[in-house]
Ligand binder design. Structure first.
Ligand code: GLC
Length: 767
């Protein structure tokens, strides 16, 4: 932007006119300021990502010869006048982020770039589904959702566009969210030592600056803009078995039976493209699945849920209902000369629904009736970048863009998100009060409101396994908590060691699904011999024991946006060790478990434990932190550590998530210097009745020094657990315990000390 011309104050902020462009500044919250810049007339103000309106907050605007200052309770925005530059500080005047004085925001043709000065030692994390290091300094990334079969572990771009990142320097943090769906580019001091930039190919510069004391609060603010996950069905947090493709029906039933016979817990089986009749969505293959309802009923009896794949391409075929309806009602995307766009995917030549048209979205959603009537409860949205053979959807095709007709250039990056939205909204209506499970490959900022995400067609290598951990953690920083990878690798054949190690990491991944490509070797938990089978039974079993903890972590995500897999950088952003090659994969799974992924070729691993006391989850070994340690990492046991001072809820092992449990919730308390407040959440796990109070929130206030655990509760739901079994870790020689000041029986078994109390209102336990 050039030199300042005029200022107009508005109710949410101000408008500034400069020599060659104008800017709108709006205060969304005292720590969120939106900057919109254009060198044309401003477009209609419309976003698929942002669902928040500006809050009514106090701010002041003052002006002198050189600058304009906007001040809220937590941020100071100083706008230099000649030329116009935007600089953000916290209320103590610490510089958080400033425009490069030379360039600020400038243009090359329609391409518009904001140049931000690199601060000394500045690091960058987030930006969604991006490969590379945890710290993105020195790297550049493009956002253009990309169907990338068998992508290299350092590939870019992949399938998702989440233009939100966090900057870290001088013990300060801030976030920037760029909301523009055209192709965009981020460069964090890549090929220069002067600036970090974000550019858009076209449209407006439109970014939200977020201030905050720590990274969790930035994520909370970012998700106040773009929304949070709804509670998923409990079954979708269990283990999910997929391959391209299980068919016919007998094979699917046989697979389900084998899980039960072998006592390997699982909740979900997937049908990939072969279940359809000639790959036509909304159909079942007449010979392979002649009676889907009956098959699904059988699966349900065994406690399994079925997920089917749906692709956006609708086969061009006379007499095929979806095709006929789409053509007749103008639901498909067209060229500017009003002819239908045709691209080739699995079914052959296809038309593509315009998911940016509300009528198309509604129609798409209604098409799931056949699936829902048959008992399908999960819907896997694939190929929605959109993908087609040739991987180059013509830029000129036109979309409704909900009222601002636009070309593919503007729509490409939100196509997958709007497909997922249509699927989510349609199936939610059809499922009579039950929660659907939606999975998608492509997405844009805000996708977490509609769907879980997986990271597409990865490869069965150690490098991919670890890259996948970074992708999952980065998506978490970027507001997407329900995220996972094709465990075991989609392309190629994993060795037994790689498969087993990857499955142990899958146990600690929010979305836990094994998937593999057509033609690859068998990858069921029993396909690698007896030793691996036993270890899979244990590690998948551990996932099921942890479900009460995992479900509560999803609840936290639904309330605050804080992800389930949390890069250690979220809690220790200023500790340089966290970013080192050795430790950048480490993450917290939920609030209290530190996971240290280790490649399958290593049987020992180096782990960095931050300050505090830690307990190895599988052995209960106590380790003092603040140092690097070498730990054992046999094939079936990933190094995972419980944080001293924390509370972790577990249940006895079940074969599927909603199977009747023993009636005891195990509450593990770990001794440490500092206590914690832990929220356990429970509801029926499958309906929306929690919205009318049918939930239970138990708040555990744990004070290890005072040797006290207080439990308070909220909500109408009656817990399925009648007893709480409090298990003590790291407390030497307990001799007595009390519940609500009355002495209670105390157990010592296998070296563990515990007490059992009734799970009823207001308990104070001391020992
Ligand atoms: C795509 C998906 C993959 C799926 C395959 C066949 O490659 O990414 O997960 O199995 O298509 O539908």
């Amino acid at each position: 932007m050039g030199n300042f011309k005029s200022l107009k104050k508005t109710s949410a902020g101000m408008e500034i006119t400069a020599a060659n462009a104008s800017a709108q500044v709006s205060v969304y919250a005292s720590n969120i300021i939106r900057i919109r810049i254009s060198n044309k007339t401003f477009d209609r103000d419309f976003s698929y990502a942002v669902i928040k309106n500006p809050d009514k907050v106090n701010f002041t605007v003052t002006e002198d010869k050189e600058k304009i200052t906007l001040q809220t309770d937590s941020l100071i925005l100083t706008i230099g006048k000649n030329p116009v530059r935007f600089n953000f500080s916290d209320k103590k005047n610490n510089i958080l982020n400033e425009d490069d004085t030379g360039f600020g925001t400038s243009w090359i043709g329609t391409e518009m770039t904001t140049y931000k000065k690199l601060q000394e030692g500045e690091r960058f994390i987030g930006l969604g589904e991006k490969t590379g290091n945890l710290d993105r300094r020195g790297s550049a990334y493009v956002n253009w959702n990309n169907d990338y079969f068998g992508y290299p572990a350092n590939a870019d771009p992949l399938y998702q566009t989440i233009p939100f990142y966090v900057g870290i320097h001088h013990n300060l943090v801030y976030g920037i969210f760029l909301d523009n769906t055209y192709k965009s580019t981020f460069a964090f001091g890549a090929s220069n030592n002067r600036f970090a930039t974000f550019s858009v190919d076209d449209g407006e510069m439109n970014y939200y600056f977020i201030g905050g004391a720590n990274i969790p609060s930035l994520i909370q603010s970012y998700t106040s803009l773009t929304g949070r996950i709804e509670m998923p069905p409990m079954w979708s947090l269990g283990y999910q078995q997929c391959r391209w493709s299980y068919y016919p029906d007998k094979e699917v039933l046989n697979l389900a039976r084998t899980f039960r016979e072998k006592n390997i817990p699982a909740d979900v089986i997937y049908l990939d493209v072969h279940y359809m009749d000639a790959y036509k969505v909304f159909t079942f293959h007449p010979e392979r699945f002649p009676n889907p309802k009956q098959t699904i009923d059988e699966l349900k009896k065994m406690g399994f849920h079925l997920v089917v794949i749906v692709d956006p391409g609708i086969k061009v075929e006379k007499g095929y209902t979806a095709y006929e309806e789409g053509v007749k009602n103008n639901y498909f995307v067209k060229y500017p000369d009003n002819t239908l766009y045709t691209g080739e995917v699995w079914p052959g030549w296809c038309h593509f629904p315009d998911f940016t048209n509300s009528k198309t979205r509604l129609w798409w959603g209604q098409n799931f009736k056949g699936y829902v009537d048959a008992g399908v409860e999960g819907f896997w949205n694939d190929m929605n970048e959109p993908a087609s053979w040739g991987n180059k959807t013509p830029d000129l095709i036109e979309f409704e863009f909900d009222g601002s007709k636009s070309t593919h250039k503007r729509v490409h990056n939100i196509y997958g998100m709007q497909m997922s939205r249509s699927t989510f909204e349609g199936t939610t209506k059809l499922m009579s009060g039950k929660r659907p499970f939606i999975l998608t490959r492509a997405g844009y900022a805000g996708i977490q409101r509609y769907s879980a995400v997986w990271t597409g067609d990865n490869v069965a290598t150690d490098e991919h396994m670890l890259a996948g951990v970074r992708l999952v953690n980065s998506m978490g920083i970027s507001g997407v908590p329900f995220i996972g990878v094709d465990v075991g690798g989609f392309v190629g054949d994993a060795s037994a060691d790689l498969y087993a190690r990857w499955m142990t990491i899958g146990t600690f991944t929010p979305f836990f699904r094994q998937h593999s490509m057509y033609g690859t070797r068998d990858k069921e938990p029993w396909s690698f011999g007896e030793e691996v089978e036993i270890s899979m039974r244990n590690s998948i079993g551990l996932r099921y024991k942890l479900l009460p903890y995992i479900y509560s972590a999803f609840y936290e995500a639904s309330q605050t946006g804080i992800p389930v897999s949390r890069s250690a950088a979220i809690y220790y952003p200023h500790d340089p060790k966290i970013y080192s090659n050795d430790y950048q994969h480490q993450y917290f799974f939920g609030p209290s478990l530190l996971v240290a992924p280790i490649s399958s070729t290593q049987k020992f691993g180096k782990v960095y434990l931050p300050q505090g006391t830690w307990y190895r989850l599988d052995t209960d070994e106590k380790i003092e932190g603040g140092k690097e340690v070498i730990v054992e990492a046999p094939m079936d046991r990933l190094p995972v550590f419980a944080k001293g001072g924390s509370v972790i809820t577990m249940q006895s092992q079940v074969q599927y998530s909603l199977q009747k449990n023993t009636d005891t919730l195990h509450v593990h308390v770990y001794n440490g210097d500092k206590g914690s407040v832990y929220v356990y959440y429970e509801d029926d796990g499958e309906t929306y009745n929690f919205k009318t109070g049918e939930f239970l929130k138990m708040t555990f206030t744990f004070d290890p020094l005072a040797r006290q655990l207080n439990v308070s509760r909220e909500g109408k739901w009656k817990s399925k657990f009648n007893y709480l079994n409090i298990v003590y870790h790291g407390f030497a020689d307990i001799s007595q315990a009390k519940a609500n000041d009355k002495g209670i029986a105390f157990n010592k078994k296998n070296g563990l000390q515990s007490v059992v109390v009734n799970n009823e209102s207001g308990i104070k336990i001391s020992w």
